[in-house]
Design a protein around this ligand. Structure first.
Ligand SMILES: [Zn+2]
Length: 327
């Protein structure tokens, strides 16, 4: 700035002012899956861009800085933790050329905002069995002295001739799609038939991912061709391997069973509590085995391969999962 004196006074003086940009006003910070979106008022004067800062603490130590160009009024940040709180603040900057060098001048920080990323539940789906069973043995639980086949070969449809591993994957893939549509994160133990994953290895997939629920899809078989209906299976409260997950697994089993039978209109065969299932005993997450119906019952076998009925089964399972997480 240059001031020129009037009248008899002579000479001039030069004073320099730093004109910092105005504070940024954050309109809203909304939660996203493993992230958030910040909306703010843009500034047209004295503003070359914005700096967004976020941290897990309100003092912004170890904060992450994001530089945003001018005229952009919102910014999505992703790749953060699930269901975690973050503090967010912003400031504007202006670039000024001084003695041939570009300097950045910042506004004061905006008011800080707190946001919690969405709580997205992870559901692990295990399509029971595989193209070829594996009769080699594994312990039925951590440290167990009794052993069972790694993966049994499963039953097959008396009317359709369809092997169980095929039916379970058909339903599992539809369930994956429906759960993702409902906002869940989904992990599949298998998406093809040509795999060899033991029951303990299937549990390990759910455990390692810290799944919030582990849904194991199966179909039943019986010597009695009239046997029909759905059952679910979980451990007993006295289970020495995973008794700690009894309450959660029992609730999951109850709700999946209840909603499945309600939507499908099939017989509710109740919950079977047993400690003989390797794929349950190895679990460190809430788990249920769903036996959707009997492939040894011709009518129910045909029904379970009917696309419209499969959609019903999927709705029933998904409703049960929704109800489990709504509690
Ligand atoms: Zn099975």
């Amino acid at each position: 700035m240059k001031i020129t004196f009037l009248g008899r006074y002579k000479g001039s003086t030069v004073k320099k002012f730093k004109i910092n940009p105005r504070k940024v006003t954050i309109i809203d910070v909304t939660a996203e899956n493993k992230g958030f979106t910040v909306e703010y008022k843009t500034q047209s004067r004295q503003c070359s861009g914005y700096q967004l800062q976020y941290a897990k603490n309100s003092s912004f130590s170890n904060a992450v800085n994001v530089t945003i160009k001018q005229n952009i009024s919102c910014r999505k940040v992703s790749g953060l933790q699930n269901n975690a709180a973050y503090y967010v603040r912003m400031r504007a900057y202006t670039k000024v050329k001084e003695n041939g060098k570009v300097k950045k001048y910042y506004s004061a920080w905006s008011r800080k905002k707190k946001v919690k990323t969405r709580d997205v539940k992870l559901v692990c789906i295990d399509a029971g069995h595989q193209q070829r069973g594996d009769s080699s043995q594994e312990p039925i639980g951590p440290g167990a002295s009794s052993y069972k086949a790694k993966v049994a070969s499963g039953t097959s449809g008396v009317a359709t001739g369809k092997p169980e591993y095929q039916l379970t994957l058909e339903v599992a893939l539809k369930l994956q799609e429906e759960l993702m549509r409902r906002g869940y994160e989904v992990l599949m133990t298998r998406t093809t038939h040509e795999v060899n994953i033991s029951n303990s290895a299937r549990a390990a997939i759910a455990n390692n991912a810290r799944a919030d629920a582990f849904i194991r899809i199966h179909a039943n078989g019986s010597d009695n061709a009239n046997a029909s209906g759905v059952i679910t299976i979980c451990q007993t409260p006295a289970n020495v391997y995973c008794g700690a997950y009894y309450n959660a697994s029992r609730r999951l089993s109850e709700l999946v069973l209840e909603h499945f039978s309600a939507v499908c209109g099939c017989k509710n065969g109740g919950i079977w509590q047993t400690d003989t299932m390797s794929g349950i005993n190895w679990c460190t997450v809430p788990v249920t085995i769903l036996e959707m119906g009997y492939m040894t019952n011709p009518a129910e076998d045909r029904l379970m391969s009917d696309p419209a009925y499969q959609d019903k089964m999927v709705q029933g399972i998904a409703n049960g999962i929704d109800a489990y997480f709504a509690l």
